[in-house]
Structures are given as structure tokens and as C-alpha cells.
Ligand binder design. Sequence first.
Ligand code: P1T
Length: 403
Amino acid sequence: MHFATKTIHAGQPSEPNTGAVVAPIFQTTTYQQEGPGEHKGFDYTRTSNPTRKRLEAVLAELEGGTKCAVFGSGLAAENAILQAYLKPGDTIVVPVDVYGGTFRLLHKVFEPLGAIVERVDFSDLDALKRAVAVGPKLVWLESPTNPRLLVYDIEAVARIAHSAGALVVVDNTFATPYFQQPLSLGADLVIQSVTKYLAGHLDVIQGAVIAKDEKIFEPVGFLQNALGGVPSPFDCWLTLRGIKTLELRMERHAQNASAIAEALLAHPRVKRVYYPGLASHPGHEVAKKQMTGFGGMVSFELDGTLEEASAFVSSLTYFALGESLGGVRSLVCLPCKMTHASIPAETRAELGLSDTLIRLSPGVEHPRDLVGDVLAGLERLEHGGTSAASAVSKAPCGEPVLQ
Ligand code: P1T
């Protein structure tokens, strides 16, 4: 079955009682039992729900895994894996570029509980080999990363991690299973911030863990019920609806990102463009090998000041200035003040995450409108014009914002 067919058919037969081609939302907390403990496989919605079960079946199939558990957010999904597999004294190895909320979860929640967080440049495989010599429990990566769209060789990382007995977790949020299948590249667990491309319409917060095999899944499945961070049946239904157009949306997102990246390359106010589809991107060859497309995100470093970067992101017409990504409507973000503000300024500087790095999440609008909007924003900077919306704080990036 091709991917597009799976998004419509996998785990989604017509509803048996009525023939409804779209399954209903089972908006119920509990289920009537025939006798104590005698039921049809559902006893309480925190534990299981038919709408959620459908979504889990679809996500497992799309990622090429055996089991899936969905959660009330991407971070709740991450938390379940970390609680399942990281005990005090255990080490987790992570790359230099990760979502700010993941950084905060690791350093502000799990480190104080006794976990050891080792940060390594995953593009230096010798450095990774040295890092895994301590015998980490988990090797965790995003690829492409948030926000710089760095690309790591998942197959090579998995080989090195497995040789040291570690489990490999890949956050596949940016690529989605349409462009990349980490489980087939050697990962043991995939996490998704379903909030982004999978749900796709900027109206659902949700996360998922997908496991290659049942044994690895077991402790995460247990924690889904024991911790209780599950999404509502309605949110699961919205995601099921969103997924049906995943392939169509991802194709347009990627087309838009590529057009914007090419336009930015030629602009004098742009210092550097991050898009894995550009031949100049350091991870381009690896992306070609492990992805079937280059994704829908593009970031760039403005040749200018923080004040100009703030003015630019506040001045666009079609790109709403906001957190999140992967929706049908375009979004723009200044990571140092928004999604990555919880990473201390010194650490951001060490990581190369500059204060003028701008992240674009093109939606599914027409490419010419989006390219025109970005170029017009740069043009306004060239001519010293700033819109009313760009009256921004001149404070340096870095006040920890806990969003
Ligand atoms: O927001 P939530 O559903 O909890 O997902 C967390 C998360 C996990 N992994 C990646 C790669 C992410 O980008 C995110 C969330 N990111 C944003 C909200 C953002 O604007 O980058």
C-alpha cells in the first residue's frame, strides 16, 4: 500500500455498526460492563478509547512500527520515554541542536533527578563513539533538527548507539513519516509532536511514541495509563482527519520551503540559509540518502541586528509571528526569544544558535505569495522601514520564557 493510501485506509475500516465511512468520536469516559471486569476491551478512557486506538493504529502503520501510544503533547510523549528508560545515574546522549522544550525537559527535570545528559555534535561520528563509551541508556536525536535543520545520519548513529547497548530515539517531527522512516533506519523508538504536521491545522496539541517492537513499547504503554497524559477523543479524531491529507500537505510545504530557500540564498541581507534541500547544506547528501524529500521548514540568519530580526518577523503579511510549525497557515518565529528562549544565552552562543536566526514554517499557501512576502520583508529592512508591529524590545535574547 502506498503512503497516501495508508493515510486514508490504514486502521480505518468503515464503522461496523452503521457503515459510516468516517468513524465516530467516542466521547465517553467509561464503558458499561456486562459483569465486573467483563467488557469489550475498553473499561476507562484514560486506559483506552476506540477513537484513540484508531489513531494509534494509523500512526504505528505510517511510521512502520508495531505499537504506538499517543499523549496530550509532544513533551508528554518525550516524558514517557524518559521516565521509562532513564533512571538516576543513567546517561542520555543528545546532539547540540534540539527543540528548546526538550532541552528544558532534559536539563531542568531529568538532570535534577539524577540523569546525566551528554551533549555531542552528532555530525562528528568519532565524537559520538567516544560519548557512547560510557554506556548510555538512550541516544536521542532530531533530524532535521529544530531550529537549524541540521541532518544527522540516523543509520550510522543507530549502529554506534547499538554497539554500546543504547536504545535509539528519533524525534521525527520535522520530517514526518512521509519524508523519513527512522525505524527502518535502525531507530528503536520514534517520537512525534503530532501538534505539527500530522495534525496539521494548528488546532491540536498532541504527541506520539511509536516503537519498533512490542517489548520496547511495553514500559511506554504502561506509563501512558499510569501517568495519564492522554489526549481527548475529539483531538484524536481531528488528527485522524488531518492525517488524511498528510502527503498532499507535505508536498506543498516542501515546495514552498524550497522556493523560499532559493530566494533567500540570493539576498544580500541573508548570511546563511538552512534548508536540507540546498546542495550547500552540510547534511544534503545524508538527507538525500535517508529522506524522500527535504521537509517543509527553512531557517536563515539575517545579516543584521536582533532589532532588525525582530522587526522582520513582526512585519510579514502571510507568516503569523507565533510558536509552533507544520500547519496549513504560515508561521514565523525568532527562536532566541521564543521556542529556544529556555536555552541559556551562553549555551545558545556555544551551539551556534544566533540571535538573528529566523525560522519559517511555510504553510500551504501559494509559493509566489510566500516568497513575495519574505522578500518584501527583507526589502523593508534594506530601506530602513519598519511596520508599527515591529516596535520591539531591544533587550538581548535570553530571558527564560517557559512556554
Ligand atoms: O509542543 P509539543 O506538542 O509538546 O511538542 C514538543 C516538540 C517536540 N519535538 C519537536 C521537534 C518540537 O518542535 C516540539 C515543539 N516545538 C514547538 C512548539 C516549536 O515551535 O518549535
